[in-house]
Design a protein around this ligand. Sequence first.
Ligand code: SER
Ligand code: ZN
Length: 504
Amino acid sequence: MYVRFSLNADLLTSGDIPGEAAAAIEQAVQEANETSFRRGVPKEAQPDDIGRITGWSVEGNALRLSIASGPYTRAHDALFRFRKSIASVLGRHRIGVRGIEVTGFTIRLEGSVEPAAIPRLPMIQETAFDENGVLLSLTLNAADLENKVPDRLVRLIEEKAEAMAYGGKAEHWELIYESPRQPPRFDRDPTEEMVKKGWIKHGAARGQWIYGPQAVQLFRAFETIVLEEIIRPLGFSEMVFPKLVPWEVWKRSGHAKGVYPEIYYVCTPKTRDPAYWEDVADYFKVTGEVPVEMIRDRIDGPIGGMCYAQCPPFWPFVQGETLATDCLPIHVFDRSGTSHRYESGGIHGIERVDEFHRIEVLWLGTAEQTVDTADRLHAAYTRVFDDLLELEWRCARVTPWFMAQEGLVGVSENEQIGTRDYEAVLPYSGGWLEFQNVSVNGNKYPKGFNVKIQSGADCWSGCSGIGLERWTAAFLAQKGFDMADWPDRVAELVGEPKEIFRFL
Ligand code: SER
Ligand code: ZN
């Protein structure tokens, strides 16, 4: 898609612009068109690609400008650049620039653009298609231009067009490792078996389980393996990340771009004055029903949501900081709580739920350090799955989770950046279950949270989510419930299932 911008704007001045200023203004316009607007533009750019003032006139206390551009020194950037230089010219006549009034702004996209890729936004006033592309007429003000709204709009349309072009094709998935085959010991759905055995029961909320002691013995056995075989040898330190995530974090992590259909939203009371809530409590006391509509009127927010991806709420810990070279790479992990996703109809077994438990491993440093940690993690996981759990599994390069969660498709252009999914075969269905991932996230998070490193090199980070429910589902689906069939180490760590409840 080729893009053109065109705008009309008035620079409003503190007093009428005198006729004798005309020559100096014309000179400033030429200087801008020939020099200042060309700064930073690649040599191969054509004159039409670059911002230029195509016309100007004076009307009382307004300097009316028409500016056009292709992709370089975009019309709105040119406008602000010109404001600076004209301010000193007008200053000589004791006139100051007071403000900018945008009287017209259009974006022309050339190439084939699907109408469905153009979002309905209040700023788009008119959309006109023709055989060569589309012309968008926008209503916006100078603050919107300073906030780069036109650029964001173009990027959004490009992303939507990419997603649509990708639409029909399967998600990105590229096999990079396949384990040896393992003889299946079980051919049923392990969740159903756990329910039958009384190891787990549905929680009162949707997509939520209450795990009995027997199931938790498995969780803790896997956690021990992760700690002893992966986290300790690789030198990760435990932290506790918050589990309520405010918009402030999701704006920086990119989740604010796409995660809305899956959030568990969090609200706060408008006041904690008991008198304000008395009728709500009384309503319940009288009717036995909680008056949800009454509550809705008395709460603020949502202020954000419950933990979704686990690592984003770590980042305020390092936000705005420069990390000393001698503390890098930083290796930490969190296992302090649940993650929540509104899975709607997708709920299945213990492996696809609205509330789940995960150990999140996170690291940051230089690009080399970050990639190295990911590779060492991958080697450690491979040993654990092949030798300790004896799983039949495979590993694939997929759309990075941080892109997928923003609603993007494809893979990163940089080969080193991306997500590897670990999948285990489920003998009862023949399907594959993604039970954890390892990602090199590039500079995405350090950039979003403004984290630098002492050497001035780009700061990179990575993370790996280890799903306890999913390890359990994969392991039981393949190995079944007869501990004689289990690898020794797992059997030993789990021990005899504790049957502490007896229901009459
Ligand atoms: N943060 C990553 C994810 O959400 C790894 O847990 O998938
Ligand atoms: Zn993560």
